[in-house]
Ligand binder design. Structure first.
Ligand SMILES: Cc1cc2nc3c(=O)[nH]c(=O)nc-3n(C[C@H](O)[C@H](O)[C@H](O)COP(=O)(O)O)c2cc1C
Length: 480
Protein backbone atom coordinates (compact mmCIF):
# COMPACT_ATOMS: atom_id res chain seq x y z
CA UNK A 1 0.00 0.00 0.00
CA UNK A 2 1.16 3.50 -0.69
CA UNK A 3 2.30 5.00 2.55
CA UNK A 4 0.38 8.14 3.15
CA UNK A 5 -2.82 9.86 2.46
CA UNK A 6 -5.31 10.27 -0.33
CA UNK A 7 -3.36 13.30 -1.61
CA UNK A 8 -0.21 11.16 -2.08
CA UNK A 9 -2.24 8.72 -4.15
CA UNK A 10 -3.75 11.55 -6.21
CA UNK A 11 -0.30 12.93 -7.04
CA UNK A 12 0.88 9.53 -8.20
CA UNK A 13 -2.31 8.90 -10.18
CA UNK A 14 -1.92 12.28 -11.91
CA UNK A 15 1.70 11.49 -12.86
CA UNK A 16 0.46 8.26 -14.47
CA UNK A 17 -2.40 10.06 -16.26
CA UNK A 18 -4.95 8.17 -14.20
CA UNK A 19 -6.18 11.56 -12.99
CA UNK A 20 -6.68 14.66 -15.13
CA UNK A 21 -7.32 18.24 -14.13
CA UNK A 22 -9.88 20.83 -15.14
CA UNK A 23 -8.40 24.22 -14.27
CA UNK A 24 -11.19 26.43 -15.62
CA UNK A 25 -14.09 27.30 -13.28
CA UNK A 26 -16.98 24.81 -13.19
CA UNK A 27 -20.48 24.84 -11.76
CA UNK A 28 -20.78 21.90 -9.35
CA UNK A 29 -24.43 21.48 -10.30
CA UNK A 30 -23.54 20.93 -13.98
CA UNK A 31 -20.15 19.91 -15.38
CA UNK A 32 -18.64 17.38 -12.91
CA UNK A 33 -21.65 15.01 -12.99
CA UNK A 34 -21.78 15.12 -16.82
CA UNK A 35 -18.03 14.89 -17.46
CA UNK A 36 -17.59 11.85 -15.22
CA UNK A 37 -20.35 10.12 -17.25
CA UNK A 38 -18.42 10.86 -20.45
CA UNK A 39 -15.33 9.23 -18.91
CA UNK A 40 -17.07 6.04 -17.72
CA UNK A 41 -19.56 5.65 -20.57
CA UNK A 42 -17.44 7.06 -23.39
CA UNK A 43 -13.98 5.53 -22.90
CA UNK A 44 -12.87 1.89 -22.81
CA UNK A 45 -11.89 0.67 -19.31
CA UNK A 46 -8.14 0.94 -19.75
CA UNK A 47 -8.34 4.56 -21.00
CA UNK A 48 -10.46 5.97 -18.18
CA UNK A 49 -9.20 8.46 -15.61
CA UNK A 50 -10.34 10.36 -12.54
CA UNK A 51 -11.18 14.07 -12.63
CA UNK A 52 -9.93 16.94 -10.52
CA UNK A 53 -11.76 20.26 -10.68
CA UNK A 54 -9.47 22.95 -9.29
CA UNK A 55 -12.00 25.77 -9.35
CA UNK A 56 -15.53 24.94 -8.30
CA UNK A 57 -17.65 28.09 -8.31
CA UNK A 58 -18.66 29.15 -4.80
CA UNK A 59 -16.72 26.36 -3.02
CA UNK A 60 -13.60 26.61 -0.87
CA UNK A 61 -11.89 23.42 -2.09
CA UNK A 62 -11.12 21.45 -5.26
CA UNK A 63 -13.32 18.48 -6.14
CA UNK A 64 -11.90 15.08 -7.14
CA UNK A 65 -13.98 12.15 -8.39
CA UNK A 66 -13.49 8.83 -10.18
CA UNK A 67 -9.82 8.58 -9.22
CA UNK A 68 -9.85 5.45 -7.03
CA UNK A 69 -11.95 3.36 -9.37
CA UNK A 70 -11.26 4.74 -12.86
CA UNK A 71 -9.64 1.48 -14.02
CA UNK A 72 -8.42 -1.78 -12.49
CA UNK A 73 -4.98 -0.15 -12.66
CA UNK A 74 -6.15 2.75 -10.43
CA UNK A 75 -7.53 0.34 -7.84
CA UNK A 76 -4.29 -1.66 -7.86
CA UNK A 77 -2.26 1.55 -7.54
CA UNK A 78 -4.34 2.56 -4.53
CA UNK A 79 -3.38 -0.78 -2.93
CA UNK A 80 0.26 -0.44 -4.05
CA UNK A 81 0.17 -3.72 -6.04
CA UNK A 82 -0.10 -4.95 -9.62
CA UNK A 83 -3.65 -5.71 -10.92
CA UNK A 84 -2.98 -9.47 -10.84
CA UNK A 85 -2.19 -9.27 -7.09
CA UNK A 86 -5.42 -7.60 -5.94
CA UNK A 87 -7.10 -10.77 -4.60
CA UNK A 88 -3.89 -11.94 -2.86
CA UNK A 89 -3.39 -8.54 -1.25
CA UNK A 90 -6.95 -8.51 0.06
CA UNK A 91 -6.54 -12.05 1.39
CA UNK A 92 -3.44 -11.04 3.38
CA UNK A 93 -5.31 -8.02 4.79
CA UNK A 94 -8.33 -10.08 5.83
CA UNK A 95 -6.05 -12.61 7.53
CA UNK A 96 -4.16 -9.84 9.36
CA UNK A 97 -6.44 -6.89 10.20
CA UNK A 98 -4.76 -4.03 12.07
CA UNK A 99 -6.26 -2.37 15.13
CA UNK A 100 -6.42 1.40 14.61
CA UNK A 101 -4.47 3.83 16.77
CA UNK A 102 -6.22 6.81 18.41
CA UNK A 103 -4.31 10.09 18.16
CA UNK A 104 -4.89 13.46 19.84
CA UNK A 105 -3.93 15.79 16.96
CA UNK A 106 -5.21 15.27 13.46
CA UNK A 107 -4.75 16.89 10.03
CA UNK A 108 -8.51 16.59 9.47
CA UNK A 109 -9.09 18.94 12.42
CA UNK A 110 -6.74 21.78 11.41
CA UNK A 111 -9.84 23.92 10.96
CA UNK A 112 -12.94 23.37 13.14
CA UNK A 113 -16.30 24.89 12.23
CA UNK A 114 -19.25 24.72 14.61
CA UNK A 115 -22.54 26.52 15.18
CA UNK A 116 -23.26 29.23 12.61
CA UNK A 117 -19.90 28.52 10.89
CA UNK A 118 -21.23 25.16 9.73
CA UNK A 119 -22.25 25.53 6.08
CA UNK A 120 -22.29 22.62 3.63
CA UNK A 121 -22.46 25.23 0.84
CA UNK A 122 -18.69 25.78 1.21
CA UNK A 123 -18.02 22.23 0.05
CA UNK A 124 -17.96 21.39 -3.69
CA UNK A 125 -20.69 18.76 -3.35
CA UNK A 126 -21.81 17.93 -6.90
CA UNK A 127 -25.12 17.19 -8.53
CA UNK A 128 -24.35 13.70 -9.87
CA UNK A 129 -27.18 13.42 -12.41
CA UNK A 130 -27.76 17.06 -13.37
CA UNK A 131 -31.31 17.66 -14.53
CA UNK A 132 -32.65 14.57 -12.72
CA UNK A 133 -31.30 14.26 -9.15
CA UNK A 134 -33.27 15.98 -6.40
CA UNK A 135 -30.22 17.76 -4.95
CA UNK A 136 -26.42 17.57 -4.60
CA UNK A 137 -25.34 14.37 -2.82
CA UNK A 138 -22.42 13.53 -0.53
CA UNK A 139 -21.03 10.16 -1.70
CA UNK A 140 -18.41 9.03 0.78
CA UNK A 141 -17.72 6.77 3.79
CA UNK A 142 -20.26 7.13 6.59
CA UNK A 143 -19.25 6.15 10.13
CA UNK A 144 -21.59 5.25 12.96
CA UNK A 145 -21.42 2.69 15.75
CA UNK A 146 -23.44 -0.01 17.39
CA UNK A 147 -24.08 1.37 20.91
CA UNK A 148 -24.53 -2.18 22.28
CA UNK A 149 -21.09 -3.47 21.26
CA UNK A 150 -19.30 -0.16 20.75
CA UNK A 151 -18.07 -1.47 17.36
CA UNK A 152 -18.07 1.18 14.63
CA UNK A 153 -19.44 0.59 11.13
CA UNK A 154 -18.36 2.27 7.93
CA UNK A 155 -20.23 2.06 4.63
CA UNK A 156 -20.99 4.39 1.74
CA UNK A 157 -24.56 5.65 2.03
CA UNK A 158 -25.52 8.42 -0.37
CA UNK A 159 -26.61 11.56 1.43
CA UNK A 160 -28.89 14.28 0.06
CA UNK A 161 -27.91 17.84 1.00
CA UNK A 162 -31.08 19.53 2.21
CA UNK A 163 -29.70 22.89 3.34
CA UNK A 164 -26.60 24.41 4.98
CA UNK A 165 -26.89 22.30 8.13
CA UNK A 166 -29.11 19.29 7.41
CA UNK A 167 -29.05 16.23 5.17
CA UNK A 168 -31.15 13.13 4.42
CA UNK A 169 -29.04 10.01 4.68
CA UNK A 170 -29.92 6.84 2.76
CA UNK A 171 -29.68 4.50 5.75
CA UNK A 172 -32.00 1.95 4.15
CA UNK A 173 -33.68 -0.74 6.27
CA UNK A 174 -31.47 -3.84 6.51
CA UNK A 175 -28.15 -2.03 6.12
CA UNK A 176 -25.61 -2.27 8.91
CA UNK A 177 -25.45 1.50 9.31
CA UNK A 178 -29.23 1.56 9.77
CA UNK A 179 -29.11 -1.17 12.46
CA UNK A 180 -26.55 0.89 14.42
CA UNK A 181 -28.74 4.01 14.31
CA UNK A 182 -31.87 2.04 15.25
CA UNK A 183 -30.18 0.78 18.43
CA UNK A 184 -29.64 4.38 19.56
CA UNK A 185 -33.17 5.42 18.59
CA UNK A 186 -34.60 2.48 20.55
CA UNK A 187 -32.88 3.92 23.62
CA UNK A 188 -34.47 7.32 22.83
CA UNK A 189 -31.26 9.11 21.81
CA UNK A 190 -30.01 10.62 18.56
CA UNK A 191 -27.50 8.43 16.72
CA UNK A 192 -24.06 9.98 16.17
CA UNK A 193 -22.83 9.95 12.58
CA UNK A 194 -19.86 11.25 10.57
CA UNK A 195 -19.03 11.52 6.85
CA UNK A 196 -15.35 10.92 6.14
CA UNK A 197 -14.10 12.70 3.00
CA UNK A 198 -10.64 12.06 1.54
CA UNK A 199 -9.38 9.36 3.91
CA UNK A 200 -6.58 7.02 2.90
CA UNK A 201 -7.57 5.01 -0.22
CA UNK A 202 -7.69 1.76 1.81
CA UNK A 203 -10.48 3.23 3.97
CA UNK A 204 -12.65 3.73 0.88
CA UNK A 205 -11.84 0.29 -0.51
CA UNK A 206 -12.71 -1.42 2.79
CA UNK A 207 -15.90 0.64 3.26
CA UNK A 208 -17.48 -0.38 -0.03
CA UNK A 209 -16.76 -4.13 0.37
CA UNK A 210 -19.59 -6.22 1.87
CA UNK A 211 -17.74 -7.05 5.10
CA UNK A 212 -19.80 -9.03 7.63
CA UNK A 213 -21.62 -7.23 10.46
CA UNK A 214 -19.43 -6.72 13.51
CA UNK A 215 -16.22 -6.29 11.49
CA UNK A 216 -14.89 -2.76 11.86
CA UNK A 217 -13.93 -1.76 8.30
CA UNK A 218 -11.08 0.38 9.65
CA UNK A 219 -9.22 -2.72 10.87
CA UNK A 220 -9.36 -4.18 7.34
CA UNK A 221 -8.34 -0.80 5.89
CA UNK A 222 -5.26 -1.03 8.16
CA UNK A 223 -4.55 -4.51 6.80
CA UNK A 224 -4.85 -3.20 3.23
CA UNK A 225 -2.64 -0.20 4.00
CA UNK A 226 -0.05 -2.32 5.80
CA UNK A 227 -0.19 -0.08 8.85
CA UNK A 228 -2.78 0.88 11.46
CA UNK A 229 -5.15 3.71 10.49
CA UNK A 230 -4.85 6.73 12.80
CA UNK A 231 -8.21 7.73 14.26
CA UNK A 232 -9.24 10.88 16.09
CA UNK A 233 -12.33 11.61 18.18
CA UNK A 234 -14.88 13.86 16.49
CA UNK A 235 -15.19 17.35 18.02
CA UNK A 236 -18.98 17.13 18.55
CA UNK A 237 -19.64 13.42 19.18
CA UNK A 238 -17.79 10.34 20.40
CA UNK A 239 -17.18 8.64 17.02
CA UNK A 240 -13.61 7.95 15.92
CA UNK A 241 -12.76 9.00 12.35
CA UNK A 242 -9.66 8.63 10.16
CA UNK A 243 -7.29 11.39 11.33
CA UNK A 244 -5.55 11.76 7.96
CA UNK A 245 -8.80 12.45 6.07
CA UNK A 246 -9.27 15.76 4.27
CA UNK A 247 -12.69 16.73 5.65
CA UNK A 248 -15.07 15.34 8.31
CA UNK A 249 -18.75 16.26 8.53
CA UNK A 250 -20.15 15.42 11.97
CA UNK A 251 -23.79 15.07 12.87
CA UNK A 252 -26.61 13.29 14.63
CA UNK A 253 -29.58 11.38 13.27
CA UNK A 254 -32.70 12.20 15.25
CA UNK A 255 -35.19 9.45 16.13
CA UNK A 256 -38.38 9.65 14.06
CA UNK A 257 -37.25 12.57 11.86
CA UNK A 258 -37.50 11.58 8.19
CA UNK A 259 -37.73 13.41 4.86
CA UNK A 260 -38.04 12.45 1.17
CA UNK A 261 -34.81 11.07 -0.33
CA UNK A 262 -34.42 10.91 -4.13
CA UNK A 263 -34.81 10.77 -7.00
CA UNK A 264 -31.14 9.87 -7.47
CA UNK A 265 -29.39 8.22 -10.42
CA UNK A 266 -28.77 4.77 -9.00
CA UNK A 267 -26.05 2.22 -9.67
CA UNK A 268 -28.52 -0.12 -11.41
CA UNK A 269 -28.75 2.52 -14.13
CA UNK A 270 -32.17 4.05 -13.39
CA UNK A 271 -33.51 6.91 -11.31
CA UNK A 272 -34.51 5.82 -7.81
CA UNK A 273 -37.96 6.24 -6.32
CA UNK A 274 -38.46 8.81 -3.58
CA UNK A 275 -38.49 7.18 -0.10
CA UNK A 276 -38.60 8.57 3.40
CA UNK A 277 -35.13 8.37 5.02
CA UNK A 278 -33.60 9.68 8.26
CA UNK A 279 -32.69 13.35 8.58
CA UNK A 280 -29.34 14.23 10.13
CA UNK A 281 -28.44 17.55 11.68
CA UNK A 282 -24.85 18.66 11.04
CA UNK A 283 -23.07 19.55 14.28
CA UNK A 284 -19.56 20.38 13.01
CA UNK A 285 -17.34 20.40 9.93
CA UNK A 286 -13.59 19.95 10.39
CA UNK A 287 -10.96 19.98 7.65
CA UNK A 288 -7.37 20.43 6.58
CA UNK A 289 -6.44 24.01 5.76
CA UNK A 290 -5.95 23.15 2.06
CA UNK A 291 -8.50 20.35 1.93
CA UNK A 292 -9.43 18.34 -1.16
CA UNK A 293 -13.07 17.22 -1.47
CA UNK A 294 -13.52 13.66 -2.81
CA UNK A 295 -16.86 12.39 -4.10
CA UNK A 296 -17.25 8.77 -5.25
CA UNK A 297 -18.84 8.62 -8.69
CA UNK A 298 -21.74 6.20 -8.98
CA UNK A 299 -25.00 6.23 -11.02
CA UNK A 300 -25.37 4.46 -14.37
CA UNK A 301 -22.88 1.57 -14.61
CA UNK A 302 -20.04 1.14 -15.26
CA UNK A 303 -18.90 3.75 -12.78
CA UNK A 304 -16.25 4.22 -10.13
CA UNK A 305 -18.66 2.64 -7.66
CA UNK A 306 -19.15 -0.55 -9.71
CA UNK A 307 -15.41 -0.98 -10.19
CA UNK A 308 -14.64 -0.53 -6.48
CA UNK A 309 -17.42 -2.91 -5.46
CA UNK A 310 -16.60 -5.55 -8.09
CA UNK A 311 -12.93 -5.79 -7.21
CA UNK A 312 -13.33 -5.64 -3.42
CA UNK A 313 -16.26 -8.03 -3.24
CA UNK A 314 -14.61 -10.60 -5.54
CA UNK A 315 -11.52 -10.59 -3.32
CA UNK A 316 -13.69 -10.91 -0.21
CA UNK A 317 -15.66 -13.83 -1.67
CA UNK A 318 -12.46 -15.68 -2.60
CA UNK A 319 -11.18 -15.21 0.97
CA UNK A 320 -14.48 -16.42 2.45
CA UNK A 321 -14.60 -19.52 0.24
CA UNK A 322 -11.01 -20.48 1.02
CA UNK A 323 -10.76 -19.55 4.69
CA UNK A 324 -14.29 -19.68 6.09
CA UNK A 325 -15.92 -22.40 3.99
CA UNK A 326 -12.72 -24.48 3.68
CA UNK A 327 -12.91 -24.56 -0.13
CA UNK A 328 -9.16 -24.83 -0.57
CA UNK A 329 -9.33 -25.75 -4.27
CA UNK A 330 -10.93 -22.41 -5.18
CA UNK A 331 -8.36 -20.59 -7.26
CA UNK A 332 -9.81 -17.28 -8.36
CA UNK A 333 -12.90 -15.04 -8.23
CA UNK A 334 -14.00 -12.21 -10.48
CA UNK A 335 -17.09 -10.00 -10.55
CA UNK A 336 -17.98 -8.29 -13.82
CA UNK A 337 -17.13 -4.61 -13.66
CA UNK A 338 -20.70 -3.54 -14.40
CA UNK A 339 -22.68 -4.20 -11.24
CA UNK A 340 -20.20 -4.69 -8.42
CA UNK A 341 -22.55 -5.20 -5.51
CA UNK A 342 -26.04 -6.64 -6.05
CA UNK A 343 -27.13 -8.39 -9.25
CA UNK A 344 -23.59 -8.85 -10.56
CA UNK A 345 -22.05 -11.81 -12.41
CA UNK A 346 -19.59 -13.74 -10.23
CA UNK A 347 -17.14 -16.17 -11.84
CA UNK A 348 -15.27 -18.64 -9.62
CA UNK A 349 -12.56 -21.04 -10.77
CA UNK A 350 -11.81 -24.19 -8.83
CA UNK A 351 -10.57 -27.77 -9.05
CA UNK A 352 -13.72 -29.77 -8.29
CA UNK A 353 -12.92 -32.69 -5.99
CA UNK A 354 -16.20 -34.62 -6.23
CA UNK A 355 -19.21 -34.92 -8.53
CA UNK A 356 -21.57 -31.99 -7.95
CA UNK A 357 -18.91 -29.96 -6.10
CA UNK A 358 -19.13 -26.90 -8.38
CA UNK A 359 -22.91 -26.83 -8.26
CA UNK A 360 -22.91 -27.05 -4.44
CA UNK A 361 -20.55 -24.09 -4.36
CA UNK A 362 -22.79 -22.20 -6.78
CA UNK A 363 -25.80 -22.71 -4.51
CA UNK A 364 -23.80 -21.58 -1.49
CA UNK A 365 -22.76 -18.41 -3.34
CA UNK A 366 -26.34 -17.74 -4.43
CA UNK A 367 -27.37 -17.83 -0.76
CA UNK A 368 -24.47 -15.88 0.72
CA UNK A 369 -23.66 -13.18 -1.84
CA UNK A 370 -25.83 -10.55 -3.56
CA UNK A 371 -24.65 -11.79 -6.99
CA UNK A 372 -27.41 -12.73 -9.44
CA UNK A 373 -25.41 -14.93 -11.87
CA UNK A 374 -22.81 -17.37 -10.61
CA UNK A 375 -20.59 -19.25 -13.05
CA UNK A 376 -18.21 -21.98 -11.89
CA UNK A 377 -15.27 -22.85 -14.15
CA UNK A 378 -12.26 -25.17 -13.98
CA UNK A 379 -9.03 -23.86 -12.52
CA UNK A 380 -7.33 -23.62 -15.93
CA UNK A 381 -9.92 -21.07 -17.14
CA UNK A 382 -9.11 -17.38 -16.62
CA UNK A 383 -12.08 -15.88 -14.80
CA UNK A 384 -11.22 -12.43 -16.25
CA UNK A 385 -11.05 -13.55 -19.88
CA UNK A 386 -14.33 -13.11 -21.78
CA UNK A 387 -13.05 -15.33 -24.59
CA UNK A 388 -12.40 -18.18 -22.13
CA UNK A 389 -15.84 -17.70 -20.61
CA UNK A 390 -17.61 -17.69 -23.96
CA UNK A 391 -15.69 -20.85 -24.90
CA UNK A 392 -16.72 -22.78 -21.80
CA UNK A 393 -20.32 -21.55 -21.99
CA UNK A 394 -20.56 -22.96 -25.52
CA UNK A 395 -18.38 -26.05 -25.20
CA UNK A 396 -18.85 -27.20 -21.58
CA UNK A 397 -22.41 -26.27 -20.67
CA UNK A 398 -25.54 -28.24 -21.40
CA UNK A 399 -28.15 -25.72 -20.22
CA UNK A 400 -30.67 -28.35 -19.18
CA UNK A 401 -28.15 -30.21 -17.04
CA UNK A 402 -25.80 -27.44 -15.89
CA UNK A 403 -27.95 -24.34 -15.38
CA UNK A 404 -30.08 -23.96 -12.28
CA UNK A 405 -32.51 -21.13 -11.54
CA UNK A 406 -33.13 -20.63 -7.81
CA UNK A 407 -35.94 -18.34 -6.66
CA UNK A 408 -36.97 -16.52 -3.50
CA UNK A 409 -34.20 -13.97 -2.99
CA UNK A 410 -34.92 -10.43 -1.74
CA UNK A 411 -34.52 -8.10 -4.72
CA UNK A 412 -35.65 -4.67 -3.54
CA UNK A 413 -33.19 -2.83 -5.83
CA UNK A 414 -33.72 -5.03 -8.89
CA UNK A 415 -35.62 -3.21 -11.64
CA UNK A 416 -36.17 -6.51 -13.47
CA UNK A 417 -38.33 -7.86 -10.63
CA UNK A 418 -41.98 -6.88 -10.14
CA UNK A 419 -43.47 -6.68 -6.65
CA UNK A 420 -45.85 -9.48 -5.58
CA UNK A 421 -49.39 -8.91 -4.26
CA UNK A 422 -47.99 -7.93 -0.83
CA UNK A 423 -45.61 -5.45 -2.47
CA UNK A 424 -42.61 -7.69 -1.73
CA UNK A 425 -39.89 -8.05 -4.40
CA UNK A 426 -38.43 -11.55 -4.61
CA UNK A 427 -36.07 -12.39 -7.45
CA UNK A 428 -34.20 -15.41 -8.75
CA UNK A 429 -30.58 -16.35 -9.36
CA UNK A 430 -28.74 -18.32 -12.01
CA UNK A 431 -26.08 -20.92 -11.16
CA UNK A 432 -24.07 -22.24 -14.12
CA UNK A 433 -21.75 -25.20 -13.62
CA UNK A 434 -19.29 -24.76 -16.51
CA UNK A 435 -16.70 -27.18 -15.10
CA UNK A 436 -15.88 -30.33 -17.07
CA UNK A 437 -13.59 -32.14 -14.68
CA UNK A 438 -14.76 -35.59 -15.77
CA UNK A 439 -14.15 -34.95 -19.47
CA UNK A 440 -10.72 -36.23 -20.48
CA UNK A 441 -10.93 -35.43 -24.22
CA UNK A 442 -7.72 -33.55 -25.19
CA UNK A 443 -8.04 -29.95 -26.36
CA UNK A 444 -7.79 -29.63 -30.14
CA UNK A 445 -4.32 -28.08 -30.27
CA UNK A 446 -1.04 -29.58 -31.45
CA UNK A 447 1.33 -30.45 -28.56
CA UNK A 448 3.41 -27.56 -27.20
CA UNK A 449 6.69 -28.77 -28.76
CA UNK A 450 5.21 -28.66 -32.27
CA UNK A 451 3.61 -25.26 -31.66
CA UNK A 452 6.91 -23.78 -30.41
CA UNK A 453 8.85 -25.28 -33.32
CA UNK A 454 6.51 -23.66 -35.83
CA UNK A 455 7.30 -20.27 -34.31
CA UNK A 456 10.74 -20.25 -35.97
CA UNK A 457 8.95 -19.93 -39.33
CA UNK A 458 6.82 -17.13 -37.86
CA UNK A 459 9.91 -15.25 -36.71
CA UNK A 460 11.75 -15.80 -40.01
CA UNK A 461 8.77 -14.22 -41.77
CA UNK A 462 9.26 -11.11 -39.59
CA UNK A 463 5.65 -11.02 -38.47
CA UNK A 464 4.69 -8.98 -35.41
CA UNK A 465 5.52 -10.58 -32.03
CA UNK A 466 2.65 -12.57 -30.56
CA UNK A 467 1.38 -10.11 -27.99
CA UNK A 468 -1.08 -12.27 -26.06
CA UNK A 469 0.30 -15.74 -25.34
CA UNK A 470 -1.43 -16.26 -22.01
CA UNK A 471 -4.59 -17.97 -23.28
CA UNK A 472 -2.75 -20.27 -25.70
CA UNK A 473 -0.17 -21.11 -23.01
CA UNK A 474 -2.99 -22.12 -20.68
CA UNK A 475 -4.59 -24.32 -23.31
CA UNK A 476 -1.24 -25.92 -24.21
CA UNK A 477 -0.68 -26.71 -20.51
CA UNK A 478 -4.15 -28.18 -20.13
CA UNK A 479 -4.10 -31.68 -18.67
CA UNK A 480 -7.07 -32.55 -20.85
C1 LIG B 1 -20.74 5.68 -4.43
C2 LIG B 1 -21.48 4.62 -3.65
C3 LIG B 1 -22.72 4.89 -3.15
C4 LIG B 1 -23.40 3.92 -2.41
N1 LIG B 1 -24.61 4.24 -1.89
C5 LIG B 1 -25.25 3.35 -1.12
C6 LIG B 1 -26.47 3.71 -0.49
O1 LIG B 1 -26.95 4.82 -0.61
N2 LIG B 1 -27.09 2.78 0.27
C7 LIG B 1 -26.57 1.55 0.46
O2 LIG B 1 -27.18 0.75 1.18
N3 LIG B 1 -25.41 1.17 -0.12
C8 LIG B 1 -24.73 2.05 -0.90
N4 LIG B 1 -23.53 1.71 -1.47
C9 LIG B 1 -23.00 0.36 -1.23
C10 LIG B 1 -22.47 0.21 0.19
O3 LIG B 1 -21.60 1.25 0.52
C11 LIG B 1 -21.72 -1.09 0.41
O4 LIG B 1 -22.57 -2.16 0.07
C12 LIG B 1 -21.25 -1.23 1.84
O5 LIG B 1 -20.61 -2.45 1.99
C13 LIG B 1 -22.41 -1.15 2.81
O6 LIG B 1 -21.91 -1.26 4.11
P1 LIG B 1 -22.70 -2.12 5.21
O7 LIG B 1 -22.65 -3.56 4.70
O8 LIG B 1 -21.87 -1.89 6.43
O9 LIG B 1 -24.10 -1.61 5.29
C14 LIG B 1 -22.83 2.66 -2.19
C15 LIG B 1 -21.55 2.39 -2.68
C16 LIG B 1 -20.87 3.36 -3.40
C17 LIG B 1 -19.47 3.05 -3.89
Amino acid sequence: MLGGDLRNYLELAERRELLRRVTTPVDRLLEPGCLVKWVFQGLPLEQRFGLRFDQVAGADFPLVTGALGATVQSYALALGVEPAQINDHWERALLAPRTPVTVAQAPCQEVVRRGVDVDLGHLPIPMWTPGRDAAPYITTCVVNRDPRSGVQNMGVYRTLVRDARSVVVNLAPGRQGRACAEADWAAGRPAPIAWVIGAEPSVYLASVANLPAGVDEVTIAGGLKGEAIDLVRCVSNELLVPARAEIIIEGEVLPGDTAPEGPFGESAGYMSDVELRPVARITAITHRRDAIYYGLASQIPPSESTILQSLGNAALIRYQLRHIHGETTVRDCWIDLMFGGGAAHLVVSLRPTRPGHARELGRLLARTTPCKRITLVDEDIDVRDRTDLDWVMSSHVDPQRDVEVIGGFPAAMDHAVSPDAQGKKLGSKLVIDATRSLDTTPVSLPPRALMEQALSTWRAAGWPEISDRARLDRRLSSKR
